[in-house]
Design a protein around this ligand. Sequence first.
Ligand code: GLY
Length: 321
Amino acid sequence: MTREKVIPAVPERFILADSNTVRLLSEKADYVLPAGEESKVWARLEEILAAMLGADLSRDSTVVVVGGGVVADVGSLAASLYMRGARLILVPTTLLSMVDAALGGKTGVNFGGYKNLVGTFYPAEEVRIGIGFVESLPEREYRSGLAEVIKTGLLGDEEVVEILESRREAIADRDFEVLEEAVWRCILVKGAVVERDLREGGIRAHLNLGHTFAHALESVQGFGAWTHGEAVAWGIARAMELGVRLGVTEDEHADRVFRLLSQYGFRTELMPDAADSLVAAMRKDKKRQGPTMRFILQRDAQDTVIEEVEAEVIRAMLAGE
Ligand code: GLY
């Protein structure tokens, strides 16, 4: 779908963009959220709801959210709350949002120092993908999305992993045809998971491969120092390392994943000095004070398991002991 045709011509629509995506629109946005994680807060949610009320939206109105993961999360939450649920169409403009954030109905804002503490499950009626939007992304933002493509391939589609391995140059050049194939396959993987487990009672947790480590790294290094995707790639590397230590992950699989991550320029090295603070951040993120934490690990590609692991084992692995 081209960028021009991707915004739907539905009646009574409320267009919500962010400060990066507003310039991509040929029409006026009804609310523009400042780009960045700092916008995932209650005050912004309230502002959006007030703007919806000011625009006299009804429950049958359609909220069209154009942008990346942050505006999708906050905008979808607003849509889910307004008059107990307005209609919702998402137009993801980042690669990360196309393959992950816009799919599966998670909405949220950060609250009380916790990421996504307040939120709902509210799948959009439509997710309209215009692959052409990837042209607008800064290089780091684009690569950030590739980390979620890698993750999704590892979880559910060997063909995606092979495309990533064999078409690196085309992917680096943002070749639409190759990307469209990879993105479409990722959508099918995530779609199949959330169809079975929307509320993350089981298999949906697999989508968090690498994310416990990633959230800890983001919080220890300060949000913004690493992109989310860079942190996820680093986290996937740690999940491989942990899996090998525990005898869960095949060595060949871990080697292959490290190669793939390096091929796309992601940092995978240990940061031993940060081991203690990373474990502390994980405990806070998961609100877990007990001796164990749950991790998503892989035996092999497309063979994922959930393991309870002792915090001390995690600390030793992160410290390289
Ligand atoms: N991003 C993980 C999920 O949607 O469950």
